[in-house]
Design a protein. Sequence first.
Length: 77
Amino acid sequence: MAGKTKCWEILVDALNQLNAEKKEENKNGKGEITYQAVKYEIINPKAVSIDELFGYMDETGTQWVDGVLSTVLKRQC
């Protein structure tokens, strides 16, 4: 109850609003966008095991199985 979630939500909203304003100003194609739009996904690390969170080598030891974090990072990039 310290307001951590509200802090990052406000920052996300502010950056997205600045990005939208810059896009509106630069409709004619001149200038550059200085604020990137922010996308986020909420992950509950307590809901999965460590292997499911980070990834692991399969039983044979030859194949890597992606975890939740690596999957989300790939999708975000």
